[in-house]
Design a protein around this ligand. Structure first.
Ligand code: CP3
Length: 332
Protein backbone atom coordinates (compact mmCIF):
# COMPACT_ATOMS: atom_id res chain seq x y z
CA UNK A 1 0.00 0.00 0.00
CA UNK A 2 1.35 3.45 -0.79
CA UNK A 3 2.08 6.00 1.93
CA UNK A 4 -0.86 8.28 1.27
CA UNK A 5 -3.30 5.36 1.45
CA UNK A 6 -1.70 4.27 4.74
CA UNK A 7 -2.36 7.70 6.21
CA UNK A 8 -5.84 8.09 4.74
CA UNK A 9 -7.21 4.56 5.08
CA UNK A 10 -5.42 3.38 8.20
CA UNK A 11 -4.69 6.63 10.03
CA UNK A 12 -0.99 5.79 10.09
CA UNK A 13 1.18 8.39 11.86
CA UNK A 14 4.57 6.74 11.45
CA UNK A 15 5.55 8.29 8.12
CA UNK A 16 4.51 11.58 6.52
CA UNK A 17 3.88 11.39 2.76
CA UNK A 18 4.44 14.56 0.76
CA UNK A 19 3.15 16.13 -2.45
CA UNK A 20 2.69 19.81 -3.30
CA UNK A 21 -0.18 21.78 -4.74
CA UNK A 22 0.93 23.15 -8.12
CA UNK A 23 3.90 20.79 -8.10
CA UNK A 24 3.79 20.78 -11.90
CA UNK A 25 4.11 24.34 -13.07
CA UNK A 26 6.02 27.45 -13.87
CA UNK A 27 8.76 27.08 -11.24
CA UNK A 28 10.10 24.12 -13.28
CA UNK A 29 12.28 25.05 -16.27
CA UNK A 30 11.16 21.88 -18.08
CA UNK A 31 7.53 23.05 -17.76
CA UNK A 32 8.35 26.61 -18.87
CA UNK A 33 9.96 25.22 -21.99
CA UNK A 34 6.81 23.30 -22.96
CA UNK A 35 4.60 26.25 -21.99
CA UNK A 36 6.58 28.61 -24.21
CA UNK A 37 5.84 26.41 -27.20
CA UNK A 38 2.15 26.04 -26.25
CA UNK A 39 0.60 29.45 -25.78
CA UNK A 40 -3.00 28.20 -25.50
CA UNK A 41 -3.33 26.86 -21.95
CA UNK A 42 -6.65 25.05 -22.52
CA UNK A 43 -5.23 23.33 -25.58
CA UNK A 44 -2.22 22.31 -23.51
CA UNK A 45 -4.54 20.79 -20.89
CA UNK A 46 -6.11 18.76 -23.73
CA UNK A 47 -2.79 17.50 -25.12
CA UNK A 48 -2.60 13.77 -24.46
CA UNK A 49 1.16 13.59 -25.01
CA UNK A 50 2.19 16.65 -23.00
CA UNK A 51 -0.23 16.36 -20.03
CA UNK A 52 1.18 13.00 -18.88
CA UNK A 53 4.70 14.33 -19.41
CA UNK A 54 4.08 17.52 -17.37
CA UNK A 55 2.23 15.58 -14.67
CA UNK A 56 5.25 13.32 -14.19
CA UNK A 57 7.91 16.07 -14.34
CA UNK A 58 8.01 16.72 -10.57
CA UNK A 59 8.09 12.98 -9.82
CA UNK A 60 11.24 12.63 -11.93
CA UNK A 61 12.96 15.25 -9.80
CA UNK A 62 11.62 14.70 -6.29
CA UNK A 63 10.81 11.75 -4.05
CA UNK A 64 7.15 12.75 -3.69
CA UNK A 65 4.27 10.38 -3.00
CA UNK A 66 1.65 11.50 -5.51
CA UNK A 67 1.09 12.85 -8.97
CA UNK A 68 -1.69 15.38 -9.48
CA UNK A 69 -3.05 15.45 -12.98
CA UNK A 70 -1.96 18.54 -14.89
CA UNK A 71 -5.23 20.28 -15.68
CA UNK A 72 -7.28 23.15 -14.28
CA UNK A 73 -10.48 23.65 -12.30
CA UNK A 74 -11.70 25.86 -15.18
CA UNK A 75 -11.86 22.87 -17.53
CA UNK A 76 -15.36 22.47 -16.08
CA UNK A 77 -16.80 25.76 -17.43
CA UNK A 78 -14.93 24.99 -20.64
CA UNK A 79 -16.66 21.57 -20.81
CA UNK A 80 -20.06 23.20 -20.31
CA UNK A 81 -19.38 25.59 -23.17
CA UNK A 82 -18.24 28.83 -21.54
CA UNK A 83 -15.22 30.38 -23.19
CA UNK A 84 -12.07 30.17 -21.05
CA UNK A 85 -8.80 31.84 -21.89
CA UNK A 86 -5.62 32.37 -19.87
CA UNK A 87 -3.95 35.70 -20.40
CA UNK A 88 -0.29 36.10 -19.60
CA UNK A 89 0.40 37.98 -16.34
CA UNK A 90 -3.33 38.30 -15.74
CA UNK A 91 -4.88 34.86 -15.27
CA UNK A 92 -8.12 33.37 -16.53
CA UNK A 93 -10.72 35.31 -18.52
CA UNK A 94 -14.10 33.69 -19.08
CA UNK A 95 -16.74 34.49 -21.69
CA UNK A 96 -20.31 35.67 -21.18
CA UNK A 97 -22.38 33.13 -19.28
CA UNK A 98 -25.49 34.30 -21.14
CA UNK A 99 -24.12 32.73 -24.31
CA UNK A 100 -23.82 29.32 -22.69
CA UNK A 101 -26.45 26.69 -23.14
CA UNK A 102 -25.65 25.92 -19.54
CA UNK A 103 -28.10 23.46 -18.05
CA UNK A 104 -28.80 21.74 -21.35
CA UNK A 105 -25.24 20.66 -22.18
CA UNK A 106 -25.62 16.97 -22.73
CA UNK A 107 -23.70 14.59 -20.44
CA UNK A 108 -22.04 12.78 -23.36
CA UNK A 109 -21.14 16.03 -25.06
CA UNK A 110 -19.45 17.21 -21.85
CA UNK A 111 -17.47 13.98 -21.48
CA UNK A 112 -16.56 14.06 -25.16
CA UNK A 113 -15.12 17.57 -24.83
CA UNK A 114 -12.94 16.56 -21.88
CA UNK A 115 -12.00 13.11 -23.22
CA UNK A 116 -8.31 14.03 -23.65
CA UNK A 117 -8.15 14.82 -19.90
CA UNK A 118 -9.44 11.36 -19.05
CA UNK A 119 -7.13 9.66 -21.55
CA UNK A 120 -4.18 11.47 -19.96
CA UNK A 121 -5.26 10.27 -16.51
CA UNK A 122 -5.35 6.71 -17.81
CA UNK A 123 -1.84 7.02 -19.23
CA UNK A 124 -0.42 8.48 -16.02
CA UNK A 125 -2.20 5.89 -13.94
CA UNK A 126 -0.57 3.10 -15.96
CA UNK A 127 2.88 4.56 -15.57
CA UNK A 128 2.39 4.97 -11.80
CA UNK A 129 1.41 1.36 -11.11
CA UNK A 130 4.99 0.17 -10.72
CA UNK A 131 5.87 3.17 -8.55
CA UNK A 132 3.24 2.61 -5.86
CA UNK A 133 2.20 6.26 -5.79
CA UNK A 134 -1.19 7.97 -5.69
CA UNK A 135 -2.79 9.73 -8.63
CA UNK A 136 -4.80 12.71 -7.49
CA UNK A 137 -7.69 13.88 -9.62
CA UNK A 138 -9.33 17.19 -8.74
CA UNK A 139 -12.19 19.60 -9.23
CA UNK A 140 -13.02 23.10 -8.11
CA UNK A 141 -15.78 23.24 -5.50
CA UNK A 142 -19.16 24.46 -6.80
CA UNK A 143 -18.85 27.89 -5.14
CA UNK A 144 -15.34 28.53 -6.50
CA UNK A 145 -16.43 27.46 -10.00
CA UNK A 146 -19.45 29.76 -9.74
CA UNK A 147 -17.20 32.66 -8.72
CA UNK A 148 -15.15 32.25 -11.91
CA UNK A 149 -18.22 31.68 -14.11
CA UNK A 150 -19.99 34.85 -12.93
CA UNK A 151 -17.01 37.05 -12.12
CA UNK A 152 -15.26 35.94 -15.33
CA UNK A 153 -11.83 36.50 -13.79
CA UNK A 154 -10.14 35.94 -10.41
CA UNK A 155 -11.94 38.02 -7.79
CA UNK A 156 -10.00 40.78 -6.10
CA UNK A 157 -11.24 40.15 -2.55
CA UNK A 158 -14.71 41.67 -3.12
CA UNK A 159 -17.44 40.00 -5.14
CA UNK A 160 -19.13 40.89 -8.40
CA UNK A 161 -22.71 42.02 -7.65
CA UNK A 162 -24.03 39.08 -9.70
CA UNK A 163 -22.79 36.84 -6.90
CA UNK A 164 -25.03 38.52 -4.30
CA UNK A 165 -28.23 36.77 -5.37
CA UNK A 166 -28.36 33.79 -3.00
CA UNK A 167 -31.34 32.14 -4.64
CA UNK A 168 -29.76 32.30 -8.11
CA UNK A 169 -26.40 31.15 -6.69
CA UNK A 170 -28.04 28.09 -5.18
CA UNK A 171 -29.74 27.26 -8.47
CA UNK A 172 -26.53 27.57 -10.48
CA UNK A 173 -24.59 25.54 -7.91
CA UNK A 174 -26.99 22.64 -8.43
CA UNK A 175 -26.31 22.72 -12.18
CA UNK A 176 -22.54 22.92 -11.59
CA UNK A 177 -22.73 19.94 -9.22
CA UNK A 178 -24.36 17.87 -11.95
CA UNK A 179 -21.34 18.36 -14.22
CA UNK A 180 -18.81 18.08 -11.40
CA UNK A 181 -20.15 14.62 -10.60
CA UNK A 182 -19.66 13.54 -14.22
CA UNK A 183 -16.15 15.01 -14.24
CA UNK A 184 -15.26 13.26 -10.98
CA UNK A 185 -16.67 9.92 -12.09
CA UNK A 186 -14.76 10.08 -15.37
CA UNK A 187 -11.50 10.83 -13.55
CA UNK A 188 -11.99 7.92 -11.16
CA UNK A 189 -12.98 5.56 -13.96
CA UNK A 190 -9.69 6.31 -15.67
CA UNK A 191 -7.45 5.80 -12.66
CA UNK A 192 -7.56 8.76 -10.24
CA UNK A 193 -7.40 7.13 -6.79
CA UNK A 194 -7.97 10.25 -4.67
CA UNK A 195 -9.95 13.40 -5.44
CA UNK A 196 -9.11 16.85 -4.08
CA UNK A 197 -11.80 19.54 -4.07
CA UNK A 198 -10.35 23.06 -4.30
CA UNK A 199 -12.62 25.67 -2.72
CA UNK A 200 -10.10 28.45 -3.25
CA UNK A 201 -12.63 31.24 -2.66
CA UNK A 202 -14.43 29.71 0.34
CA UNK A 203 -13.01 32.57 2.43
CA UNK A 204 -15.13 35.13 0.55
CA UNK A 205 -18.41 33.71 1.86
CA UNK A 206 -19.91 35.26 4.98
CA UNK A 207 -21.15 33.28 7.95
CA UNK A 208 -24.79 33.65 6.99
CA UNK A 209 -24.36 31.89 3.60
CA UNK A 210 -21.58 29.43 4.40
CA UNK A 211 -24.04 26.56 4.86
CA UNK A 212 -25.72 27.05 1.48
CA UNK A 213 -22.65 27.96 -0.58
CA UNK A 214 -19.83 26.01 1.07
CA UNK A 215 -20.93 23.23 3.43
CA UNK A 216 -23.90 21.76 1.53
CA UNK A 217 -22.28 21.70 -1.95
CA UNK A 218 -18.99 20.26 -0.64
CA UNK A 219 -20.89 17.69 1.46
CA UNK A 220 -22.86 16.53 -1.57
CA UNK A 221 -19.66 15.94 -3.56
CA UNK A 222 -17.89 14.28 -0.61
CA UNK A 223 -20.76 11.86 -0.19
CA UNK A 224 -20.73 11.13 -3.93
CA UNK A 225 -16.97 10.47 -4.03
CA UNK A 226 -17.07 8.29 -0.92
CA UNK A 227 -19.91 6.27 -2.46
CA UNK A 228 -17.45 5.40 -5.27
CA UNK A 229 -15.01 4.11 -2.60
CA UNK A 230 -12.47 6.84 -3.24
CA UNK A 231 -11.06 9.14 -0.54
CA UNK A 232 -11.60 12.88 -0.85
CA UNK A 233 -9.45 15.78 0.31
CA UNK A 234 -11.20 19.12 0.87
CA UNK A 235 -9.36 22.43 0.67
CA UNK A 236 -11.73 25.21 1.77
CA UNK A 237 -9.09 27.93 1.61
CA UNK A 238 -9.47 30.62 4.29
CA UNK A 239 -12.85 29.37 5.40
CA UNK A 240 -13.69 30.96 8.73
CA UNK A 241 -14.24 27.83 10.79
CA UNK A 242 -12.33 24.71 9.72
CA UNK A 243 -13.71 22.61 12.58
CA UNK A 244 -17.27 23.43 11.60
CA UNK A 245 -16.42 22.68 7.94
CA UNK A 246 -15.12 19.23 8.91
CA UNK A 247 -18.19 18.47 11.01
CA UNK A 248 -20.58 19.59 8.28
CA UNK A 249 -18.78 18.17 5.23
CA UNK A 250 -17.05 15.06 6.60
CA UNK A 251 -14.14 14.78 4.11
CA UNK A 252 -11.55 11.95 4.31
CA UNK A 253 -8.74 14.52 4.66
CA UNK A 254 -8.75 18.25 5.38
CA UNK A 255 -6.19 20.44 3.63
CA UNK A 256 -5.22 23.43 5.79
CA UNK A 257 -4.24 26.82 4.40
CA UNK A 258 -1.21 28.56 5.91
CA UNK A 259 -3.24 30.84 8.20
CA UNK A 260 -4.70 27.94 10.19
CA UNK A 261 -3.62 27.64 13.84
CA UNK A 262 -2.30 24.07 13.59
CA UNK A 263 -1.55 23.76 17.34
CA UNK A 264 -5.21 24.25 18.05
CA UNK A 265 -6.63 22.25 15.15
CA UNK A 266 -4.60 19.13 15.92
CA UNK A 267 -6.33 19.00 19.32
CA UNK A 268 -9.80 19.60 17.92
CA UNK A 269 -10.09 17.20 14.98
CA UNK A 270 -9.57 13.50 14.35
CA UNK A 271 -9.49 13.13 10.54
CA UNK A 272 -6.16 13.16 8.64
CA UNK A 273 -4.78 16.60 7.82
CA UNK A 274 -2.79 18.00 4.91
CA UNK A 275 -0.71 21.14 4.59
CA UNK A 276 0.18 23.80 5.56
CA UNK A 277 3.61 25.34 4.89
CA UNK A 278 3.38 28.91 3.59
CA UNK A 279 4.65 28.76 -0.04
CA UNK A 280 6.50 32.05 0.60
CA UNK A 281 8.78 30.19 3.06
CA UNK A 282 10.24 28.35 0.06
CA UNK A 283 11.49 31.71 -1.25
CA UNK A 284 13.66 32.19 1.86
CA UNK A 285 16.74 30.22 3.02
CA UNK A 286 17.29 26.61 4.09
CA UNK A 287 17.44 27.44 7.81
CA UNK A 288 14.07 29.12 7.69
CA UNK A 289 12.60 26.30 5.60
CA UNK A 290 13.94 23.77 8.11
CA UNK A 291 12.56 25.63 11.12
CA UNK A 292 9.06 26.00 9.64
CA UNK A 293 8.90 22.48 8.23
CA UNK A 294 9.97 20.85 11.50
CA UNK A 295 7.38 22.90 13.38
CA UNK A 296 4.65 21.39 11.18
CA UNK A 297 6.06 17.86 11.40
CA UNK A 298 6.39 18.12 15.20
CA UNK A 299 2.87 19.44 15.49
CA UNK A 300 1.42 16.47 13.57
CA UNK A 301 3.82 13.86 15.00
CA UNK A 302 1.00 11.73 16.42
CA UNK A 303 -1.64 12.70 13.88
CA UNK A 304 -2.17 11.20 10.39
CA UNK A 305 -0.79 13.94 8.15
CA UNK A 306 0.13 14.47 4.48
CA UNK A 307 2.80 17.14 4.15
CA UNK A 308 1.94 19.87 1.65
CA UNK A 309 1.89 23.64 1.28
CA UNK A 310 -0.89 25.92 2.49
CA UNK A 311 -1.48 26.98 -1.16
CA UNK A 312 0.28 26.35 -4.50
CA UNK A 313 4.02 26.48 -5.24
CA UNK A 314 4.92 30.02 -6.34
CA UNK A 315 6.44 30.46 -9.82
CA UNK A 316 9.57 32.14 -8.34
CA UNK A 317 10.42 29.05 -6.26
CA UNK A 318 13.88 27.51 -6.72
CA UNK A 319 13.40 23.77 -7.45
CA UNK A 320 16.44 23.07 -5.22
CA UNK A 321 14.45 24.34 -2.25
CA UNK A 322 11.69 21.84 -3.02
CA UNK A 323 14.27 19.10 -3.20
CA UNK A 324 15.55 20.22 0.21
CA UNK A 325 12.01 20.28 1.63
CA UNK A 326 11.17 16.79 0.35
CA UNK A 327 14.39 15.39 1.87
CA UNK A 328 13.61 17.03 5.20
CA UNK A 329 10.16 15.46 5.33
CA UNK A 330 11.41 12.05 4.19
CA UNK A 331 14.28 12.00 6.73
CA UNK A 332 12.11 13.08 9.65
O1 CP3 B 1 -1.29 21.28 -8.83
C1 CP3 B 1 -0.89 20.92 -9.95
O2 CP3 B 1 0.31 20.82 -10.26
C2 CP3 B 1 -1.93 20.49 -10.97
C3 CP3 B 1 -2.38 21.49 -11.86
C4 CP3 B 1 -3.30 22.62 -11.42
C5 CP3 B 1 -3.36 23.83 -12.16
N1 CP3 B 1 -4.39 24.57 -11.66
C6 CP3 B 1 -2.49 24.18 -13.29
C7 CP3 B 1 -2.32 25.60 -13.65
C8 CP3 B 1 -4.28 22.67 -10.43
C9 CP3 B 1 -4.61 21.67 -9.32
C10 CP3 B 1 -4.96 23.91 -10.59
C11 CP3 B 1 -6.10 24.32 -9.75
C12 CP3 B 1 -6.63 25.69 -9.86
N2 CP3 B 1 -6.77 26.44 -11.00
C13 CP3 B 1 -7.17 26.44 -8.78
C14 CP3 B 1 -7.29 25.94 -7.36
C15 CP3 B 1 -6.02 26.08 -6.61
C16 CP3 B 1 -5.64 27.50 -6.26
O3 CP3 B 1 -4.62 27.96 -6.79
O4 CP3 B 1 -6.36 28.13 -5.48
C17 CP3 B 1 -7.59 27.67 -9.29
C18 CP3 B 1 -8.22 28.80 -8.50
C19 CP3 B 1 -7.34 27.67 -10.70
C20 CP3 B 1 -7.66 28.74 -11.68
C21 CP3 B 1 -6.43 29.28 -12.30
N3 CP3 B 1 -5.63 28.59 -13.19
C22 CP3 B 1 -5.87 30.58 -12.14
C23 CP3 B 1 -6.42 31.65 -11.24
C24 CP3 B 1 -4.73 30.64 -12.94
C25 CP3 B 1 -3.84 31.82 -13.21
C26 CP3 B 1 -3.02 32.20 -12.06
C27 CP3 B 1 -1.91 31.22 -11.81
O5 CP3 B 1 -1.84 30.71 -10.69
O6 CP3 B 1 -1.12 30.98 -12.70
C28 CP3 B 1 -4.57 29.37 -13.56
C29 CP3 B 1 -3.51 28.96 -14.49
C30 CP3 B 1 -2.76 27.73 -14.20
N4 CP3 B 1 -3.29 26.55 -13.77
C31 CP3 B 1 -1.36 27.54 -14.37
C32 CP3 B 1 -1.08 26.21 -14.04
C33 CP3 B 1 0.24 25.51 -14.09
C34 CP3 B 1 -0.40 28.58 -14.92
C35 CP3 B 1 -0.53 28.62 -16.38
C36 CP3 B 1 0.61 29.36 -17.03
O7 CP3 B 1 1.62 28.72 -17.31
O8 CP3 B 1 0.43 30.55 -17.29
Amino acid sequence: MNLIKKVVNEGSTTQKPIWLMRQAGRYLPEFRKIRKENSDFIKLCLNEILVPEITLQPLKRFNIDAAIIFSDILMLPYGIGQEVEFKKNFGPILGELENVNFSSTDENEFTEKLLPVYRSIKKVSHSLISQNKSLIGFVGAPWTILVYMLNKQSPKKELNSKLENLKENKRLIQVIIKYLKIHIKNQIKNGADIIQIFDSWAGLVNKKDVGDLIYKPNAELVEFIKSLNIPVICFPRETKNYVEFINEVNPSVISLDYNVDIKRIVKEIKIPTQGNLDPKILLSDVNNIKKNTLAILDNFKDHPHIFNLGHGVLPQTDPNMIEYLVKLVKDY
